[in-house]
Design a binder for this molecule. Structure first.
Ligand SMILES: Nc1ncnc2c1ncn2[C@@H]1O[C@H](COP(=O)(O)OP(=O)(O)OP(=O)(O)O)[C@@H](O)[C@H]1O
Length: 258
């Protein structure tokens, strides 16, 4: 995505005033006899862009899904903005999700896809049609695709579809963004462009954002804070420069040297 320029005036209206720091306290998750997460603890400052980085099976997706309320922990707690959210439903958490597979509705236009989460609300919580139009158009500008509202997903490139998926996640005015390998299915050049785009959107919305990746370069380039995971444990949490300069464990040293 090219650097954002003209739509700057919208940024403040997209910002959420309430701090949304996330506290993960001794969170564990078992699937039958598989320990996907040993008790892990982590503090995510409000507004941070955080990467969960680690090899396959290290527990990244499980941690993300527990944050979003798609899975419930075996033990431990999650606090959002200081309040216990461990038992909250997906709806009550108000997380915006973006997954690797675009998961757009094929029979709906881009505009309808982005508007979907708003139109699906119960009548008394649903914005008026004019407000929905205004919000969707603003999001199309934010993802720098103002002209494509009338197209269908199969008329878009992979990168464009993933930007639309991001706009759809933002449409519900989430309290946080959770992304699982959001660029995993894209080629290297598009991945880089979208990385830049995500960083800009993050900076303009101020949303606490957590994304899963196994791509070290992606994590180090994009994130404020990198969480390195291995075998259901957190090995190190730090700024990319800190992790590179001072790996805390042999695993981190080997993993980041690879
Ligand atoms: N629904 C499930 N049922 C049983 N085991 C599961 C389930 N989900 C995850 N696991 C197991 O938990 C462990 C952690 O998986 P998880 O998907 O969180 O890892 P990951 O780091 O995201 O891996 P990947 O990068 O391959 O997606 C793995 O051993 C996995 O097989």
């Amino acid at each position: 995505m090219a650097p954002c320029g003209t739509a700057g005036g919208h940024a403040t209206s997209l910002r959420k005033d309430r701090p949304m720091n996330i506290e993960i306290e001794e969170l564990a998750k078992e699937f039958g006899t598989t320990r996907a997460l040993h008790p892990v603890s982590l503090s995510i400052p409000s507004g941070a862009l955080v990467a969960l980085l680690g090899p396959s099976g290290s527990g990244k997706t499980t941690l993300l899904r527990v944050l979003g309320g798609l899975e419930f922990p075996t033990s431990g707690r999650v606090l959002f903005g200081g309040l216990d959210a461990t038992g909250l439903s997906v709806q009550d958490r108000r997380a915006g999700f973006v997954f690797q597979s675009y998961a757009l509705f094929r029979h709906m236009t881009v505009f309808e896809n982005i508007a979907y989460g708003l139109r699906a609300r119960p009548r008394r919580e649903r914005p008026a049609e004019a407000e929905i139009v205004r919000r969707v158009n603003r999001l199309l500008e934010l993802i720098q695709l103002p002209e494509i509202g009338g197209r269908y997903p199969n008329q878009l490139s992979g990168g464009q579809r993933q930007r639309v998926a991001l706009a759809r996640a933002l449409a519900i005015e989430p309290r946080m963004l959770l992304l699982d390998e959001p660029f995993g299915a894209l080629d290297a050049k598009v991945r880089k462009e979208l990385r830049q785009g995500l960083r800009e959107i993050h900076d303009r919305t101020g949303l606490t954002t957590v994304f899963v990746t196994h791509d070290q370069e992606e994590a180090m380039e994009l994130a404020d804070l990198v969480v390195i995971m291995s075998m259901g444990r957190i090995e190190q949490v730090g700024k990319p420069t800190e992790i590179r300069a001072r790996p805390a464990t042999d695993f981190v040293r080997d993993f980041t040297a690879a």
